[in-house]
Design a protein. Structure first.
Length: 278
């Protein structure tokens, strides 16, 4: 995933080249240091982890936005934490007085996220939970992530996928109430096309002040929704929509790292980030 959307033909060439590169990397995982000194256990055959090894970062603009807009003592909620990179960044920003809550349905990814937090001495102010978020409480069936990309797990309508498993779904208000936590200062929502149900489960009193939502049309189709529905839902919640650089977001626009930033009227001034030099 590059910083900007490009044509399908171009993306196909890039994916083939990177796949060939991964084939020649050693298959063993291990602890590696990223460009900023973060230590993570990574497996080079995984797409996201390969990008981390190749570039020393992943979604650098999104990470820069978290660093710029999370302050000491604040509370962050991350839905879809994968192996924990964004959680690590958030935990460093809010420090010991703050709190970071991460929700991840994939057991293997959740275990890796916990391990990576421990490698960086950041487990104390982080709560990592197995499960998912949605419009209402219940159970859901997950399809496992493919071996080459741990970030591509998704919900399925029925147990027809190979080795499906069940997870507990709860709403954002129920999660916050259960953990005795306040309204999030910032929420990162990346749940492979099921962002809309999560948003529909949020009440006005639990609405994050700043919300960063992944918006990829192919992912939205998996969740039986569309970019327009996602934008309409965010607007109906009282948010103003931007890209990560602060440019007003519109349907059909090329979004930086496929993320739309939703800002509530009572949010503190947002610090927008520039395009990375890497």
């Amino acid at each position: 995933m590059g910083a900007y959307c490009r044509g399908a033909h171009y993306r196909g060439k890039i994916h083939i080249a990177r796949w060939l590169g991964r084939r020649f990397l050693p298959p063993e995982g291990g602890v590696y240091a990223l460009a900023d000194g973060t230590r993570m256990w990574l497996h080079p055959r995984d797409w996201i982890e390969y990008r981390l090894l190749q570039r020393g970062s992943y979604e650098p603009v999104t990470l820069a936005f978290l660093k710029a807009n999370l302050k000491e003592g604040q509370q962050a909620l991350l839905a879809g934490v994968n192996i924990g990179l964004h959680v690590i960044v958030a935990a460093r920003q809010v420090k010991g007085a703050g709190r970071v809550v991460g929700v991840e349905p994939q057991p293997a990814s959740l275990l890796r996220a916990r391990k990576n937090l421990l490698l960086n001495g950041l487990a104390e102010n982080v709560i990592l939970l197995a499960g998912g978020l949605g419009a209402e409480t219940g159970m859901a069936t997950m399809s496992p992530a493919p071996e080459h990309n741990s970030g591509m797990a998704s919900l399925v309508d029925q147990a027809s996928e190979p080795l499906p498993f069940s997870i507990i779904i709860e709403t954002v208000p129920e999660l916050l109430y259960r953990l005795k936590l306040k309204r999030p200062d910032l929420m990162l929502l990346d749940v492979e096309g099921y962002e809309l149900p999560v948003l529909r489960g949020i009440t006005p009193s639990t609405r994050p002040r700043v919300l960063v939502v992944e918006c990829k049309q192919d992912h939205q189709a998996k969740g039986d929704s569309s970019e327009r529905e996602l934008f309409d839902q965010l607007t109906s919640m009282g948010y103003k929509l931007f890209d990560l650089h602060g440019k007003p977001a519109a349907i059909g626009q090329e979004l930086v790292e496929f993320n739309v930033v939703a800002v509530a009227e009572d949010a503190p001034p947002v610090v927008w980030v520039g395009r990375p030099t890497r």
